[in-house]
Design a protein around this ligand. Sequence first.
Ligand code: URA
Length: 196
Amino acid sequence: MADVNWELFDRQVAACTMCGLCRGIRHKVPGQGDREAPLMLIGEGPGQVEDEQGLAFVGPAGQLLTKMLAAVSLPRERVYICNIVKCRPPNNRVPLPEEANACKLHLRMQVALVRPKVIVLLGATAAKNTIDPAFSITRQHGQWIERKGVWMMATYHPSALLRDETKKRDAWRDLQSLREKLRELGLYQDLLSGSP
Ligand code: URA
């Protein structure tokens, strides 16, 4: 993607009215974190707390996500975190295909800017909108695929883990697999130590 920069991205998201989700929100939630991170996490869409603060994954699911990262010694501030849609869907419903598609322009630009080596999709919506519309999170979580030199894997959304504790075992295995992949690619030590 030629001629992209963060200023353009920020302006594009701020001005966006490509779907109806921006009506009735308090804040857009573009995403945040290390803009040069080798690891990018993509969730579904902002919830209530995220909408209030304009930040991704800062509510209860976000707190669990921070703990999940810490369980494999990854400091949250060293990764980049964003969502499929940048505006909160009413009552936290799943974004409609046309909403997710409209917002892909922003997500593509984000990926082009961060240039992550590894992307983790959090939940079925993120996986369906990036890997495959027919993706089954129960059957395919933890499986790695490589696309254009970027390694991608989906795991359970932290909100799903808050609703159903029995999924935590599988999520833990996925996190260990993430750690292994980062090690294999020579990225883990840098992420741990805080060096660039
Ligand atoms: N759920 C998401 O998918 N994203 C957030 O930012 C918060 C909750």
